[in-house]
Design a protein around this ligand. Structure first.
Ligand code: AMP
Ligand code: ZN
Length: 116
């Protein structure tokens, strides 16, 4: 999608710090990290805007994202664990509408899932 920030990152039009790449998935450091380790994992193709668009026809890419997440965790020694978050829509506070998953770690992230 031509006007999408994350498509531009995949295409290299906007620079990013690569964390992981394979045929289907790209991951990069979040520009505004919310934890000592904060990567954004995305399907390379703009198949879905958000988690609200997942169907039985397109859900295979979500498995690819989670396979990548497990590899990233191993490669970066996130042995003590991590958290994966996907924001969807207005109430989810989504700001980029190319589906993506935040992989957070590097410290204990707290017992509360969200701060409101
Ligand atoms: P969300 O708010 O869930 O849509 O997440 C979008 C994320 O993209 C935010 O955490 C931003 O900090 C991050 N972000 C925005 N622009 C860039 C960029 N140029 N490079 C890396 N991360 C970015
Ligand atoms: Zn996109």
């Amino acid at each position: 999608m031509s006007d999408c920030l994350f498509c531009k990152i995949v295409d290299g039009e906007i620079p990013s710090t690569k964390v992981y790449e394979d045929e289907f998935v790209y991951a990069f450091k979040d520009i505004n990290p919310q934890a000592p380790f904060h990567a954004v994992i995305i399907p390379k193709e703009h198949i879905l805007n958000s988690a609200a668009d997942v169907t039985s026809e397109n859900s295979a890419i979500i498995a690819k994202v989670f396979e990548a997440a497990a590899k990233i965790a191993k490669e970066n020694n996130l042995d003590k664990g991590f958290r994966i978050i996907t924001n969807s829509g207005e109430y989810g506070a989504q700001s980029v509408f190319h589906i993506h998953f935040h992989l957070l770690s590097g410290k204990f992230l707290g017992d509360n899932l969200i701060n409101v």
